[in-house]
Design a protein around this ligand. Sequence first.
Ligand code: HEC
Ligand code: HEC
Ligand code: HEC
Ligand code: HEC
Ligand code: HEC
Ligand code: HEC
Ligand code: HEC
Ligand code: HEC
Ligand code: HEC
Length: 411
Amino acid sequence: MTSIFAVLTALLLAPCEAAPAKDQCVICHATMGDAHQAILKSFSRDIHREVGLSCSSCHGGDSSSDDPGKAMSAEEGFIGAPTKAETPKFCGKCHSDPATMKKYNPSLPVDQEVKYFTSIHGKRLQAGDAKVAVCTNCHTAHSIRPAKDPSSTVYSKNIPQTCGKCHSDAKLMASYKLPADQVAKYTGSVHGRALLEKGDTAAPVCNTCHGNHGAVPPGVENIGHVCGMCHAHNEEFFEAGPMAKAWKKRKFHICATCHDHHDIKHPTSELLSTGDGICRKCHPSDSRQVKAAGIMKAKLDEISDSYLAAEKSIQAAEEKGLDMAEARDLWDGARMSLFQSKTSVHTFRPEKVAEAASPGIEATLKARRSADEAVREFGQRRVGLGIASLFLTLLALGLYLKVRDLESGQS
Ligand code: HEC
Ligand code: HEC
Ligand code: HEC
Ligand code: HEC
Ligand code: HEC
Ligand code: HEC
Ligand code: HEC
Ligand code: HEC
Ligand code: HEC
């Protein structure tokens, strides 16, 4: 039984390219226990097998010999299973060597090992800590898939789980005095929900902000820049605004101070509340700054309310079958202004918010007026129509009575 399985597995795993016809490593390992069967099964889908590599490409040894003593001998360059500390170099044998990698995929970067040693993981590994992540903790050892493959451990949607194997382990993280809540917080954040629930791959995941291999928390100087990769205007406005210099001096995070970093929620104008809003964290309640926040909040509420009211009016008209294409266009156009006014909060200047909101407020008022007007006209037409049809009914009744009169006179 096992030998049939061994032959089948060997055939299945036989490298597609012109490699040795019989891979003795596979043939012999296929006759061994469950752990080895599991390795062979995983490896049948590994990218390395798909490009024609096999066991001995990573582990060394002589794959043409069925003598274990020779096949797995040091003379044949057998490496065996690397320890965690040896792993970066083990993978780097090929991945850090442009000449090797060029033969397979010239566009694949060859900097993973170098970058890895600039990360906190790499630095700690070098210092003798084997609890950090090495290549195989993120990529696996025998079922490695390209990052673009949805079944890969480093496919965007699977990253939180991959990092979470350690970063959600409260006991492990406590020994480093680190919180273990990043994955939970991220999953509930605007970014996590966009990626994990809506499949929006434009949203960032752990490695977007921390780097793939150079995994370091972005420092205070870089944080705005990380967010600014995608939220360019917010960063631009902040940098040109009245607080940029003072915040840099005090080493405040230019975005996370107001939005957090893992636990980012959908912001609303409540953040600008003069009572318990975000500005009150640093500015006293009767200050110019908090007054400015109140004015910005009022403007944002005005445009949001106007936008919602216009939508309601347009819907009411459309339900009556009225053509609201023009009002819809106005309303759609106002959305841009609504978003821009929210973004312009980051100038922290009320007049800028008013400027951005004003075209939207105007357009939504106009759209609302025309929808309400159309509904009113529709109502008047209905009354007119009712009167006309009542008149016609009476006329028909009169005619009928007249005809019946004439008929009875005749008979
Ligand atoms: C004739 C059988 C046979 C052949 C051929 C063979 N192996 Fe092994 N291999 C074994 C046995 C038996 C073990 C020990 C298993 C154990 O300890 O559970 C082993 C162990 C290993 C290990 C684990 C070593 C460690 O450090 O834990 C690796 C890796 C390995 N083999 C790779 C290879 C490669 C690569 C080839 C081909 C170049 C190969 N084997 C050829 C039988 C074989
Ligand atoms: C891409 C490189 C790579 C290839 C190809 C590869 N291995 Fe491994 N293998 C590793 C690494 C790395 C380890 C160390 C264990 C770990 O990190 O999980 C390992 C560990 C092992 C072990 C020790 C048991 C274990 O799981 O720790 C065995 C046995 C083994 N490999 C057999 C094989 C066989 C048989 C093949 C071919 C079917 C193969 N390997 C192909 C990288 C590779
Ligand atoms: C902390 C987790 C982590 C560690 C450790 C890690 N990687 Fe990666 N690796 C990733 C992520 C995440 C990606 C990219 C996903 C993407 O492009 O979206 C990636 C991508 C890659 C790629 C594809 C090319 C590229 O650079 O984007 C290769 C090859 C690779 N890693 C090899 C390695 C090697 C070799 C090591 C060890 C020196 C290693 N990785 C260590 C997470 C890790
Ligand atoms: C014998 C050389 C060699 C060794 C050793 C090796 N790789 Fe690879 N690796 C390759 C080649 C070749 C490819 C395929 C490149 C391609 O065609 O895109 C590849 C592909 C990959 C990819 C997919 C890249 C992508 O397209 O996203 C990852 C991830 C990866 N290897 C990680 C590892 C890890 C982790 C190790 C160590 C456990 C390792 N490799 C060891 C040669 C090697
Ligand atoms: C195998 C376990 C393991 C995996 C998987 C892992 N890490 Fe880590 N990571 C650690 C450990 C342990 C530390 C603590 C090192 C220290 O700070 O001394 C750490 C530290 C970090 C730090 C630095 C924290 C600080 O401020 O000191 C960042 C950032 C980080 N990891 C990000 C990631 C990301 C992103 C991923 C997934 C792509 C990931 N890690 C996957 C174990 C892991
Ligand atoms: C939108 C960007 C972003 C994303 C996505 C992100 N982080 Fe972070 N992360 C940060 C920032 C910013 C810091 C704080 C840096 C500082 O304090 O200097 C941080 C800090 C950390 C730290 C240090 C300890 C802590 O909690 O402050 C770890 C560990 C970490 N992140 C892991 C992760 C993991 C795991 C994921 C995915 C579940 C992730 N991060 C997703 C931006 C991000
Ligand atoms: C890779 C691109 C990217 C990066 C980097 C990024 N974001 Fe985002 N962000 C998005 C996307 C896409 C959305 C929209 C998610 C959705 O609601 O569909 C979003 C949404 C948001 C929202 C909610 C907007 C709303 O109206 O609900 C806030 C606040 C936010 N991000 C802040 C940040 C901060 C702070 C950082 C840095 C720590 C950051 N983002 C980094 C892409 C990014
Ligand atoms: C002083 C507090 C503060 C700082 C600093 C701050 N924001 Fe905001 N942010 C706000 C407020 C208040 C809103 C809410 C406006 C609304 O939606 O009513 C907001 C809204 C947002 C939105 C949703 C509206 C939009 O523009 O799409 C995003 C995204 C955002 N901020 C990203 C960032 C980024 C990125 C940074 C760093 C460059 C940053 N914020 C810095 C207070 C702040
Ligand atoms: C983390 C603390 C912090 C938060 C939160 C904060 N500020 Fe500031 N703000 C400062 C510091 C520090 C300065 C510079 C010193 C100063 O002028 O008081 C400053 C200065 C300003 C200035 C320029 C001074 C002036 O009056 O011309 C304005 C405007 C301002 N903040 C508005 C706001 C608004 C609006 C919010 C809420 C959306 C806010 N700030 C939230 C710390 C903060």
